[in-house]
Ligand binder design. Structure first.
Ligand code: UDP
Ligand code: MG
Length: 344
């Protein structure tokens, strides 16, 4: 129903004449995924409000997305909203996972914010750093990602993360900056582009890298989470890594035929060798039981692995073909400071 742009008070026309109105205040929205963070959200919001207070030349909106928390997070968030009109609370109908929670938040602010900051709500991403991201954005950079100078995760997490990024750099057709999470600022036009990527098994940092525009890093020291435990156990991390690779690379599929070619060549060489033995060293031919068993197990193992690779891609195709919505929102409590009205 917004087909008449003239009815809008907004006067930003990139190619048009400069308007006579006073310079518009720019609006920065924060997208803040929350899953079982009841002991963190109040501290986080206080820190964020304090950090953003020194930029009174900007308008802020804090969009918390409750990702089906099992604890009192949602009640705490609604209390934050009651206390601060810049707070918006979206509650997903169940746990959809971090990537979809962020997507829901991005969808909610698309078109209304000039820039969007995505950050965790467990205080691992320091709110003060987001102000540095904003400053870099104001210099004309479209994507400012916070890159970890140090991180206080376990040795295991660091090792697996290193291995994953190493693999990804080798396999993927895009370049994804190392040591970055989803803590980043995106200009409105990047958010709009990212919003056009609707794949289900999302790897947002890959999508952002894919989208392009001017991207720059800001270094920061990542803290430990304040309270509670990680929502990314090993199982989720592995599936996240799998989707990261499969969403941006078909190399595993191509490796199947390469392995097949290699094995075929080897088997032809083996056959030549066997024929050679049969004709020239007939007395040396041993009953090759061990060889046959080893070859049998090796080849059937390889075949199963390769079928698994095909199956994984097929699974992704299946999910996309179903074309289901990415997430469901159970409750949308828009802050009074939010620019758009609730849908009637
Ligand atoms: N999170 C979420 N849904 C989930 C898991 C996590 O929205 O299913 C949120 C969580 O509340 C936090 C952010 O995503 O704000 C990062 O999660 P977490 O701190 O558990 O991951 P880690 O920092 O350990 O990688
Ligand atoms: Mg965390």
């Amino acid at each position: 129903s917004t087909e008449h742009p003239t009815t809008s008070a907004t006067t930003t026309d990139p190619e048009g004449e400069p308007t006579m109105t006073a310079p518009q205040r720019r609006r920065v929205a924060y997208v803040l995924p929350v899953y079982d963070e009841q002991d963190n959200v109040a501290t986080f919001q206080a820190a964020l409000a304090e950090a953003t207070a020194r930029r009174d030349d900007l308008d802020f909106e804090f969009v918390y997305v409750d990702d089906g928390s099992r604890d009192a997070s949602l009640e705490r968030l609604l209390a934050l909203r009651a206390a601060d009109e810049r707070v918006t609370v979206l509650a997903l109908s169940r746990n959809h996972g971090h990537q979809l929670a962020v997507t829901a938040g991005l969808d909610a602010v698309t078109g209304s914010a000039d820039a969007v900051v995505v950050m965790d709500t467990d205080l691992q991403d320091p709110p003060a750093v987001s102000l540095e991201l904003i400053e870099v954005w104001e210099r004309g950079v479209d994507v400012v990602y916070a890159q970890r100078r140090t991180r206080r995760d376990s040795a295991f997490k660091r090792a697996t993360a290193w291995l994953f990024y190493w693999l990804l750099a080798r396999l993927a057709e895009i370049e994804i900056p190392r040591n970055t999470g989803d803590f980043r600022l995106m200009d409105a036009r990047v958010v709009a582009e990212v919003g056009r990527y609707r794949e289900h098994n999302r790897f947002l940092r890959g999508i952002v890298a894919q989208v392009g525009f001017r991207q720059e890093a800001v270094l920061f020291d990542r803290d430990e989470r304040l309270a509670g435990s990680t929502g990314y156990p090993l199982r989720k991390m592995l599936s996240f890594a799998g989707h990261g690779i499969m969403g941006f690379s078909t190399t595993p599929l191509r490796m199947i035929s390469r392995a097949g070619i290699l094995i075929s060549v080897l088997s032809v060489l083996g056959a030549v060798y066997v024929v050679f033995l049969r004709f020239f060293r007939p007395d040396e031919v041993v009953p090759g039981w061990a060889f046959i068993m080893v070859a049998l197990f090796l080849l059937s193992g390889l075949q199963l692995i390769m079928m698994g690779v095909i199956g994984s891609y097929l699974g992704r195709v299946f999910v996309e073909v179903q074309g289901r919505p990415l997430y469901s929102v159970a409750l949308a409590a828009r802050g009074h400071g939010a620019p758009r009205d609730e849908p009637s």
